[in-house]
Design a protein around this ligand. Structure first.
Ligand code: UN1
Length: 510
């Protein structure tokens, strides 16, 4: 009754009709509840997966402790070389994994490939970084004293990823965590267990080939508050990196911060594009199509609000509606498709509820607004709604291709609208005017973690720090100095003299 075996790429990735959903570092098992992976395009069951039990969780943590003992002593550049090999292993499976992502999650194949490329790139980045985990040397105010900073690994780290980037977000976290000397436990989303298992198998092989413990990265699966809750509550996990809803992110923050452990939170976004009077409309249109419709509106970075200068509004919106009419919807594995399905059935209701709320709050549907019932799968029409900027629904994140459009008169008004939502992930302004641009990027500008100009809100590169402010959670992943979050910082002061001068010149019993 399961269809997974008919896909050669899934067989190549070692997937079967029945799969084990726990890798303890030493063995594959799964004596927890059974999950069924569904094809979001056809509703067909792809395969069954046995999730992780509490005993298997415990066994995995023990193996991680042993693995950390070995791994922390491996010189950083050697760790970097292993991470580089992970990147190469993902590269070798890029096409098959890209297809699997498309099949199980529903994003179109070019985006599936792009996601694996993100993992490959960040592994490369982390390898380079492994020779640059530099601490600073400070001049000591005391004679014959040296002072510097060291960055040591935290130890065991929990990484909880979402369905929408089932491979890349693991890539961002595992690459940096491993390069800095940590070991990870990965919990993938329960809607995409096959991608999680396939990715874990790729990494397992690299560890094995290098004679390293498999528990450098373990993997658990579970739905509801089962092993995931155990993971976030586990004091042995020094850092929890969580990607998902603001609601669960808040719970993670409460649990983890109570123990003074750390978090990297990447929660909801409510990203806006501001189209200025002088904007290059052609460019803006293309960017918005990618960012609002791409991944069926299921990126944290998806454009959800469009703030257009009143003088360009009618012209721009007319062109948008025209473009929306031509978006090919269908099987994400077909090369002509641009809009695939939503990940699961329950999101269809979230989509229609949001449309209903928008209508009640003064929204006018300019395009779309319906769940597609003429075919199986979780398809919805890409939707444009003209609505006041302060309608409550506009301030919520609905994980679907719904774009709210609104007008502005002055740049400061546009920035105010951009900043008035509780989330703060990504933002972009289309302008060629330096005055607008520097206002946008300056102290009174966009309050988001990603502040762009003339590009989409989505599709960030791995080299910069990725993450957002306010209810987005404040964490930063991937590039820049994000690696520091996976380390404990030690300020080290050494007296290499024979006297004991005290700081601030204090005399104490001299
Ligand atoms: C996410 O949606 O959780 O910037 C991650 C982007 C991608 C990553 C998105 N590079 O859209």
């Amino acid at each position: 009754k399961f269809t997974i075996s008919k896909y050669p790429f899934a067989r190549e990735l070692g997937l079967k009709e029945t799969n084990l959903g726990c890798f303890t570092g030493k063995r594959w098992c799964g004596s927890g509840k059974k999950l069924i992976s569904l094809n979001p395009t056809t509703d067909e069951p792809l395969a069954e997966v046995y999730t992780t039990s509490f005993e298997e969780y415990e066994e995995s943590v023990k193996n991680m402790q042993e693995a950390f003992d070995i791994w922390a002593d491996v010189p950083a550049p050697k760790r970097g070389d292993i991470v580089k090999q992970l990147g190469e292993a993902f590269k070798a499976k890029k096409e098959s994994l890209g297809k699997l992502i498309s099949l199980e999650m529903g994003k179109i194949y070019p985006e599936g490939l792009g996601e694996v490329q993100e993992t490959i790139d960040v592994c490369d980045y982390a390898c380079g970084l492994s020779r640059m985990l530099n601490g600073t040397v400070f001049p000591s105010e005391r004679e014959n004293h040296s002072m510097f900073e060291m960055w040591n690994p935290l130890g065991l780290i929990g990484v909880v990823t979402a369905f929408n980037f089932p491979n890349a977000v693991l890539g961002w976290n595992a690459s940096l965590a491993l390069a800095t000397g940590n070991v990870c436990m990965w919990k993938g989303a329960s809607t995409v267990p096959l991608i999680t298992i396939a990715s874990m198998k790729i990494m397992e092989k690299v560890f094995k080939q290098n004679g390293l413990p498999g528990a450098l990265c373990t993997m658990i699966l579970g739905s509801g508050r089962t092993v995931g809750e155990k993971l976030i509550r586990d004091k042995r996990m020094k850092l929890i990196s969580f990607t998902g809803s603001t609601e669960i992110g808040r719970h993670v923050a409460e649990v983890v911060h109570t123990d003074f452990r750390s978090t990297i939170l990447e929660c909801g976004g409510n990203n806006a594009i501001v189209v200025c009077e002088d904007a290059n409309i052609k460019l803006a249109l293309r960017a918005i199509l990618f960012a609002a419709v791409g991944t069926a509106g299921q990126r944290c970075t998806t454009t959800r609000r469009l703030i257009i200068h009143e003088s360009r509004f009618d012209e721009f919106v007319t062109q948008m509606v025209k473009a929306y009419k031509t978006i090919p919807m269908g099987n994400p594995l077909d090369s002509t498709t641009l809009l695939g399905p939503l990940v699961e059935k329950k999101t269809l209701k979230e989509y229609s509820d949001a449309i209903e709320a928008a209508k009640q709050q003064g929204g006018k549907i300019l395009y779309g607004g319906h769940v597609v019932t003429s075919r199986p799968g979780n398809f919805v029409e890409p939707t444009i709604i003209e609505i006041p900027h302060d309608a409550p629904i506009v301030h919520e994140e609905t994980f679907a291709p719904i774009l709210y459009v609104m007008k502005f008169k002055t740049i400061d008004e546009a920035i105010k609208i951009n900043n008035e939502v509780p989330q703060g992930l990504s933002s972009s302004m289309f302008t060629n005017d330096l005055k607008n641009l520097f206002r946008w990027m300056g102290p009174k500008g966009s309050d988001c973690g990603l502040v762009n100009c003339n590009i989409p809100t989505s599709g960030a590169e791995i080299g910069g720090a990725f993450g957002g402010n306010k209810e987005t959670g404040g964490g930063r992943e991937s590039g820049s100095d994000s690696w520091k979050q996976y380390c404990r910082r030690s300020t080290c002061t050494i007296n290499h003299g024979t006297k004991l001068p005290l700081a601030q010149g204090i005399k104490f019993g001299d």
